[in-house]
Design a protein around this ligand. Sequence first.
Ligand SMILES: Cc1cc2nc3c(=O)[nH]c(=O)nc-3n(C[C@H](O)[C@H](O)[C@H](O)COP(=O)(O)OP(=O)(O)OC[C@H]3O[C@@H](n4cnc5c(N)ncnc54)[C@H](O)[C@@H]3O)c2cc1C
Length: 340
Amino acid sequence: MNFHSVEQENIEYMNRFLVFLEQRQGVVKQASIEAWKSVQELAARSGGAVISALLPGPADTSRLEELMGGDGVVCHADDEAFRLYTPEGYVHLVMERMAGEGCSALFFADSALARDLAPRLSVRLRASLLSGRLSLSAAGEVAGCTRHVYAASAEATFVPARPISITLLSSGSRASSAIPGGTITIKPHALCGASVDGFSQLAHRIVMRRDARDVAEAGIVVAGGRGMGSEKGFALLDELAELLGGAVGASRAAVDAGWRPHASQIGQTGKSVAPALYIACGISGAIQHLAGIGSAGMVVAINTDMHAPVFDVADYGIVGDVGQVLPRLNDAVREFLKKK
Ligand SMILES: Cc1cc2nc3c(=O)[nH]c(=O)nc-3n(C[C@H](O)[C@H](O)[C@H](O)COP(=O)(O)OP(=O)(O)OC[C@H]3O[C@@H](n4cnc5c(N)ncnc54)[C@H](O)[C@@H]3O)c2cc1C
């Protein structure tokens, strides 16, 4: 593939955006749907770019139109070779799509896969690589990508310096308004050029906890910190999350203590989350933890210390012991759900 021609072609087609849709076990990730919506909003503001999406691997596309909203084409590389992520195969596939569409901007929802794939693509495409949430100027134009720096004590905005850009959208990058329904066409992506044979293959994949919901994807997150006291103490949060249909997150102190897996850590060195409801239990609210919840909707905090910094960012605060508050909260939620 001639990468020079990709770049030259893009200078003429600056208004073509490609959104990468990530699937896990055939289900398109919610974070990718949110990324699509943000890009739809961005395109509407920046003069109506043409948007398409690339979905690698066999996946259920039956509800995509309803879930995604807006207008565009989803190119579905419904090939077994793409069921699991392989860097070479995915690089090849995205490069092919970028060239085929003449795209100038590629967007991912930030994820482990995106963090592995995007830098590889940026080298191959000689593209600017940005991450954070989309920021718009006062005039509504794209100003770049904004993210926290220096332990969330400052914000920095980055703008692409190259004609092609690749952006990893943090989970805080949600479209600010509802995306109207449109027409989403799903078409097969026919592989051309080099085959994907001969690339490396994933030999083993170990699922640590099959039932665990991803905090970065969840609409409700109940998180625990050192104040939960022990691994056993988190059973109350598992119960609450189950009742609410949410995910259980943790502070670094709880993860370092071995009470929860690192995948559930929220904050500067963990995940950024953007749930509609975030319940912080026995978490002090250190700046490095708050760095991960800046895009949460409503924040509720339960803490014995009425001066804990978490109360400064909470919409509702309960001063109390989690061992006493949570069982009553769980009972109240259970009762409420029974009556519904
Ligand atoms: C470079 C760097 C990166 C970091 N990244 C992260 C990160 O990604 N995520 C993160 O979380 N931290 C991160 N940290 C650590 C961070 O600074 C804090 O140490 C950590 O967030 C504290 O976790 P905690 O709130 O659970 O514990 P603590 O700060 O010890 O707070 C425990 C809280 O529980 C309350 N409590 C105690 N008992 C009870 C009870 N029975 N009921 C109710 N409340 C109770 C206490 O009043 C207290 O407020 C990072 C630090 C550094 C230096």
